[in-house]
Design a binder for this molecule. Structure first.
Ligand SMILES: *[C@@H]1O[C@H](CO)[C@@H](O)[C@H](O)[C@H]1NC(C)=O
Ligand SMILES: *[C@@H]1O[C@H](CO)[C@@H](O)[C@H](O)[C@H]1NC(C)=O
Ligand SMILES: *[C@@H]1O[C@H](CO)[C@@H](O)[C@H](O)[C@H]1NC(C)=O
Length: 213
């Protein structure tokens, strides 16, 4: 009984433990970035990785000739609880990012817009460094997408993401399955694909099954 009560208390605590503060900054080196298309001039391609190169003077810049919706995305190659996102842009008049939106989730389908909407980039004007907190509470996911709902470019001179790693994932292009969670996270998460593991872990905590350790 003691063990179960403790875990249930931990679960309750976990649900109320979301304070709206930024966790630690994630190292984005080595993560994969994508964007609709690269803008280029005579000297360089403004590729998506320039938004996470730690240099605020080098920017990523999309190029939508078809006037389609432009987007920038990072694949964190794992599951993270994301609390804040800091964006920086240089002072260039043609950068219009304040109506773009951030999406966070586990899927790269529909260019990430099938994921949870984190927030709109209100007030992200040229020459600003602005930190966004997802509406409500942190969002758990693998992909972070910046999406333009109009025909403007996506220009990002630096992207910083704050959060905590949650479990390892076995990832392919469109889906993500969780392989490892801490014991409290097993109970705290109830999404379908890990329900069976939750039931197993519950039986384990109740002492009804044994783990082959
Ligand atoms: C930009 O990228 C294209 C395609 O990868 C490449 O052919 C071209 O040389 C690049 N341009 C510059 C200036 O690096
Ligand atoms: C991503 O997957 C995890 C684990 O299945 C889930 O808890 C989380 O809510 C998912 N994220 C989104 C945005 O759906
Ligand atoms: C933006 O501001 C935050 C908070 O002051 C700071 O930690 C971060 O390094 C800044 N980012 C850039 C790219 O200037």
């Amino acid at each position: 009984v003691g063990r179960t009560t403790l875990l249930l208390l931990l679960l309750l605590f976990k649900q109320h433990a979301y304070a709206l503060h930024c966790d630690s900054i994630l190292t984005l080196t080595g993560k994969e970035t994508f964007q609709t298309s690269d803008y280029s001039d005579h000297t360089r391609n403004y590729s998506s990785d320039r938004a996470i190169d730690g240099n605020t003077k080098s920017c990523s810049h999309t190029c939508s000739e078809s006037k389609a919706n432009d987007w920038w995305r990072i694949d964190l190659l794992g599951l993270y609880e994301i609390s804040c996102i800091s964006l920086y842009n240089t002072d260039q008049k043609n950068i219009k990012m304040s109506s773009a939106e951030i999406y966070i989730g586990n899927s790269s389908e529909k260019t990430g817009t099938a994921n949870k909407r984190c927030t709109t980039l209100h007030g992200f004007n040229p020459g600003t460094n602005k930190t966004f907190i997802c509406d409500g509470k942190p969002i758990l996911g693998r992909y972070v997408t910046v999406y333009q709902h109009n025909s403007d470019f996506v220009v990002l001179c630096e992207v910083q993401i704050y959060g905590t790693k949650k479990g390892t994932t076995d990832c392919n292009r469109n889906s993500c399955f969780i392989l490892a969670y801490s014991k409290t996270e097993f109970l705290a998460l109830t999404s379908c694909n890990i329900l069976i593991l939750n039931v197993f872990f519950l039986l384990y905590t109740l002492g009804l099954v044994c783990l082959p350790i």
